[in-house]
Design a protein around this ligand. Structure first.
Ligand SMILES: NC(=O)c1ccc[n+]([C@@H]2O[C@H](COP(=O)([O-])OP(=O)(O)OC[C@H]3O[C@@H](n4cnc5c(N)ncnc54)[C@H](O)[C@@H]3O)[C@@H](O)[C@H]2O)c1
Length: 707
């Protein structure tokens, strides 16, 4: 007996209610209880049908991901679902809220599927480097056709229940008491004497299998999900639903699913799944810390970032007051904001009604006084310490005592800004990434004096507006940009030594980075990168070679995409084309500096110098206490810097290859390259962990134990 599955019986119908908070995961105890209950019901002549329901916020989040690292304890989900499908008495399922992964697969094995209005179903396994492995790739195409199944499974999207009925994945939407509706359907089915509709008995609708469907789906995925193994594997599995019998397809699906479960890619993506959740927990801040109310927000500066930040807040239903210095600038900001919303409506991403709601939530002003009623103010004006201090000292007087004051600075000292107010405990950094309405990452910067409830409220606000928040301490570049500095330094050094931008970017993109560092600088603007470097020279190594190619691009007005020339040419403003002139220019700069150019720079060297440097800087930030956990760093780099999720972030990657391999690479570079500036002296923490044969996960676990 378990209390994770409640069992009631009336009128010959046994109702099984899953009760495994918080997400009704189908963990071992639940599976065993379901199996026993179905077996009992089948054997009991007083029972004519079974209803499966659930309690809480959602029907089920699916399998228990924590069980994935251990061997399956039988009954596994696939066997349980097969058993339910084979049951000779009708099994009806009543869904509500969201039903994902194994939960939806369970539903597909039942004989009738009812959902309440507003329910969602989905198979998001690809996001964990997996395929639906409990029949999803075989049953879904049998219900909705191969083409729709490919779309649903390779995107992993949440499908609204109403749409799922139209597609054929669910049978009906029932208002009111869905358990009662399911019981009525179960009685009806037990009486009508018809053969039970088993999904596995069906064949895939041939009209849904167009010529070349599977190959073209894989070709598209090789671009859209470059490097990810699971999505094309899912397409292969869906193809079996057409070519194989259902039992054969299920067997093959199980083998493929087990292989993916054991893959590094899936382990990496599972690591990130937990890392994102862990990032919200701050060791010295109790979970029940009362949060401050955030009912309205203010944003200062309607530039690139301010508009994106305002959009993010509005999308969560938080009214925003945008403040600029000039009417023109304010109107331009409003115009850009509306244009983005209109485009979303045109592309079907947003309803016209939602757009209007968001626009209604927006107001503007030319004076900071317009923010007197705001609960949370985010400053996104120019990157100038004087200006920000001036704004914060005024905000201190204008805003409510309880208001939280945040800065979007990417390089300035937050503690310094906080000191310009009488309430440094209510000052915090919210480092958004561009475009702020799209990029998922939010680095929350905790100042020396920032109060715990202010940190907790900001993390929670980040989540509320759809971001992935991760905490950083105060330090140049915080976590993400500080690590970027080393990565870009090496990419630039390689250019000076004779590699071409296309070579450097090519190696790193092939390895999985969304965009190589030279292309990123062209996109962000060489002038912007230069300005940041130039304002912070005192914090950077006094190395005459430091980022010289980037400085050169800036000096020549080759700002990147916006001037159609940078490290590359952009004839149409977007598509890169190699530029031989750049190679010549950098060669000359190298000669002037006395840097010997080589033509033997290998892909391995490019990869090692850029990626191992990242891992090392991450270790240093952990040692310095700027980063709390290695897993937070992984979240930051995968959510904000295009680091491939299937490699789990730089720290997970370093641990995967072994930290002593990273230290060895540093030793090689120390021997072969100049180490005058300490670039190849490994971080003490990295050396220590490597010598103890530990990983960053061990470090995180030890640190957790220590607080
Ligand atoms: N652009 C990025 O990729 C990026 C990323 C992260 C953080 N940041 C940071 O965000 C901030 C804003 O950057 P941006 O790229 O949006 O700059 P931007 O130049 O596009 O916009 C700044 C806006 O602030 C306005 N402004 C200046 N002083 C003001 C004042 N006193 N009151 C009200 N408005 C004022 C300006 O008129 C301008 O419209 C900077 O601190 C920057 O370092 C930028």
């Amino acid at each position: 007996m378990t209390n994770l599955l409640k069992k009631t019986a009336s009128n010959g119908v046994v109702t099984l209610t899953i009760n495994n908070p918080p997400v009704n995961a189908l963990s071992f105890v639940v599976r065993q209880a379901l199996l026993d209950a179905v077996n009992d019901a089948e054997a009991d002549s007083n029972v004519r049908a079974i209803v499966i329901g659930s309690t809480g916020r959602l029907f089920s989040g699916g399998a228990d991901i924590r069980e994935f690292d251990a061997p399956i304890i039988e009954p596994g989900l696939p066997g349980l679902i097969d058993r339910i499908e084979a049951c000779t008495k009708p099994v009806v399922i009543a869904l509500f809220g969201t039903t994902l992964g194994g939960g939806f697969e369970l539903a597909m094995g039942c004989h009738y599927r009812i959902a309440s209005p507003g329910a969602f179903v989905g198979l998001p396994e690809v996001h964990l480097g997996l395929i639906p492995g409990a029949g999803g790739t075989q049953r879904l195409p049998r219900l909705i056709g191969a083409e729709a199944a490919i779309e649903a499974i390779t995107t992993g999207r949440h499908i609204p229940g109403e749409e799922a009925v139209v597609l054929g994945a669910l049978d009906e939407i029932a208002d009111g008491d869905i358990i009662a509706a399911a019981q009525a359907a179960a009685v009806r089915m037990s009486q009508d004497g018809e053969r039970l509709p088993r999904t596995c008995d069906r064949t895939v609708d041939v009209a849904s299998v167009t010529e070349g469907l599977f190959d073209s789906a894989k070709a598209k995925l090789s671009k859209r999900r470059r490097g990810f193994e699971a999505p094309p594997a899912a397409v292969n599995a869906i193809a079996w639903s057409v070519t194989e019998s259902c039992p054969e397809g299920l067997t093959k699906e199980r083998t493929l699913s087990a292989k993916l479960k054991a893959s590094i890619q899936s382990k990496a993506q599972r690591h990130l799944f937990f890392a994102e959740r862990m990032a919200l927990k701050i060791p010295d801040i109790p979970r029940n810390t009362p949060l401050r109310d955030v009912r309205s927000a203010g944003v200062i500066g309607a530039g690139t970032m301010g508009v994106g930040i305002a959009l993010s807040l509005l999308s969560a239903g938080i009214p925003v007051t945008l403040v600029e210095t000039e009417q023109d600038a304010l109107e331009r900001g409003f115009g850009r904001l509306r244009k983005i919303l209109d485009r979303d409506v045109e592309r079907g991403r947003l309803s016209a009604e939602k757009r209007d709601e968001r626009i209604e939530g927006l107001s503007g002003g030319l004076k900071l006084e317009a923010l007197s009623g705001a609960d949370f103010v985010i400053e996104a004006a120019f990157e100038s310490l004087e200006l920000k201090k001036d704004i914060f000292s005024k905000l201190d007087k204008i805003t409510r005592d309880t208001a939280i004051l945040a800065s979007n600075t990417s390089t300035l000292d937050l503690d310094d800004i906080a000191q310009s107010t009488s309430r440094p405990e209510r000052v915090i950094g919210t480092h958004f990434f561009s475009p702020a309405n799209i990029m998922r990452l939010l680095e929350v910067v905790r100042g020396e004096l920032t109060a715990k409830d202010v940190v907790a409220t900001t993390m929670s606000l980040g989540k509320r507006i759809g971001k992935v928040p991760a905490l950083s301490g105060v330090g140049y570049g915080f976590i993400g940009n500080r690590m970027l500095e080393d990565y870009v330094r090496e990419s630039q050094m390689l250019l000076l030594e004779g590699a071409t931008p296309a070579q450097v970017d090519g190696v790193l993109e092939k390895w999985g980075m969304a965009m190589g560092p030279c292309a990123v600088m062209d996109l962000a603007g060489q002038d912007i990168s230069f300005l940041t470097r130039d304002q912070n020279r005192h914090l950077l190594p006094d190395d005459p070679r430091y980022c010289v190619p980037g400085d050169l691009m800036n000096a020549l007005g080759r700002f990147g995409q916006k001037t159609r020339r940078g490290f590359y040419q952009y004839p149409d403003g977007r598509t890169r084309k190699n530029d031989p002139e750049v190679v010549t220019l950098i060669k000359k700069a190298a000669m002037d500096l006395g840097v010997r150019q080589r033509n033997d720079i290998s892909g391995e060297e490019i990869f090692s110098r850029c990626i191992h440097a990242l891992v090392n800087r991450g270790a240093q930030l952990l040692d310095d206490g700027i980063a709390l956990r290695a897993s937070d760093i992984d979240v930051i780099w995968s959510a904000g810097y295009g680091f491939p999720a299937y490699r789990g972030g730089p720290m997970f990657f370093g641990s995967t290859i072994g930290l002593s391999a990273v230290v060895d690479a540093f030793k090689d570079h120390e021997k072969n390259l100049s180490n005058d500036f300490g670039y190849w002296t490994p971080a003490p923490l990295l050396v220590k962990l490597a010598s103890e044969n530990k990983t960053f996960a061990d470090f995180d676990a030890d640190r957790r134990g220590g607080v």
